[in-house]
Ligand binder design. Structure first.
Ligand code: DAH
Length: 355
């Protein structure tokens, strides 16, 4: 009984003095643990007489309960203090400056697309769009490229099955437009195009703008003036020359490749830069869409947009254009003039060049 008194007298102050939860737990283990002092005393009960055991047992339990409730009370107090200390240490300093908000950039291809479409709109062209997943009729057949035509192989195509593919050119939008609209037609068709290509100057995914005009008189002279005017406005210079070389496209007859001369070519040490395909719409293409080729005629052109963006903004290499490298886009991208909002949708007004 005396030992019991001592344990009680020693333990209660130790509990009171414990400075943290682990010190408190050490006190608990010292008294109530497997080898604890109180646990040791309780083991002696086996050798006591029944009377002794009764009184001793009652006192041991009382002391044990007293110690356990002292431990619980101290534990709750220490936990509350720990939480209060943590809250004090982690309090938010509202006077700290905010982290800068990262602003997105407009991709040069998007910017070039916007600038080009704006110019064509000013020249009276309407916007026409078609699906990226195209069928054989619109991507090939109706464009005068029947199944066994060797020119199909020139366009390394991503097929889904015999009938469906990723479009290799925006020219299919010519067909889709003629199926829904009678002449006069004067459209530009921008969009993504796809081919199984990958090297320094070709990527599997790229962008084109197609121009397409059909009416009773549209002719090669009109084609030339549209293209010269477009390039003057797009490259912001009067020093533009164009040259037409005979070429072959199944959907135009005659067909040409247009080269660009003037300051842009000289800038890269050349006299001419091969730029686009064009020609007079083949009568068969009109016929395929139920348009009378004796009454109507037209011209078409298709130009690679990524190339135009590189030339206009001085981008030396095609490949990083679609690698989503933040440093690259920060350097070559455009700061949006309007911050897009959920209600207004994406700003398509373009941006301004930043340094
Ligand atoms: N679709 C052709 C290509 O991807 C480009 C082209 C050439 C489009 C001549 C035309 C055209 O409209 O008349 O290579």
């Amino acid at each position: 009984m005396q030992q019991l008194d001592e344990i009680r007298a020693n333990t209660l102050p130790l509990i009171e003095k414990a400075e943290n939860l682990s010190a408190l737990d050490a006190v608990r283990v010292g008294v109530l643990g497997k080898n604890g002092s109180l646990t040791g005393l309780m083991k002696n009960m086996g050798v006591m007489s029944p009377e002794e055991r009764k009184t001793f047992g009652a006192t041991v339990n009382a002391v044990k309960n007293e110690i356990v409730s002292a431990l619980d009370a101290k534990k709750a107090a220490l936990e509350a203090k720990e939480m209060a200390d943590k809250l004090a240490a982690e309090s938010v300093d509202v006077t700290l400056p905010a982290r800068p908000v990262q602003q997105g950039r407009i991709h040069p291809t998007t910017q070039a697309m916007e600038e080009a479409l704006t110019i064509f709109a000013q020249m009276g062209f309407e916007l026409a769009e078609g699906p990226d997943v195209e069928d054989d009729w619109h991507n090939f057949e109706a464009l005068n490229l029947p199944k066994e035509h060797p020119a199909r192989q020139m366009q390394a195509t991503f097929f889904f099955d015999n009938k469906n593919m990723l479009r290799t050119q925006t020219s299919g939008v010519q067909i889709r437009t003629m199926e829904n609209q009678k002449p006069p037609i004067k459209i530009v068709c921008p969009g993504r195009t796809y081919r199984r290509d990958y090297d320094a100057t070709h990527l599997p995914e790229f962008h084109q703008i197609e121009g397409f005009v059909v009416d009773e008189k549209a002719n090669l002279a009109n084609l030339k003036s549209v293209l010269v005017e477009f390039f003057k406005l797009f490259f912001e210079t009067d020093d533009v020359q164009v040259r037409f070389r005979p070429s072959y496209f199944p959907f135009t007859e005659p067909s040409y490749e247009m080269d660009l001369g003037g300051v842009l070519a000289r800038n890269i040490g050349k006299e001419w830069i091969e730029l686009l395909g064009c020609g007079v719409v083949d009568p068969r293409v009109l016929q395929n869409c139920g348009i009378d080729p004796d009454k109507y005629q037209g011209f078409a052109f298709g130009v690679g947009l990524d190339r135009l963006a590189m030339m206009k903004y001085g981008i030396p290499d095609l490949r990083p254009m679609f690698e989503a490298d933040m440093k690259w886009i920060k350097h070559y991208g455009f700061v949006p003039l309007d911050i897009p909002t959920v209600t207004s949708g994406l700003s398509l007004n373009g941006g301004k060049k930043c340094d």
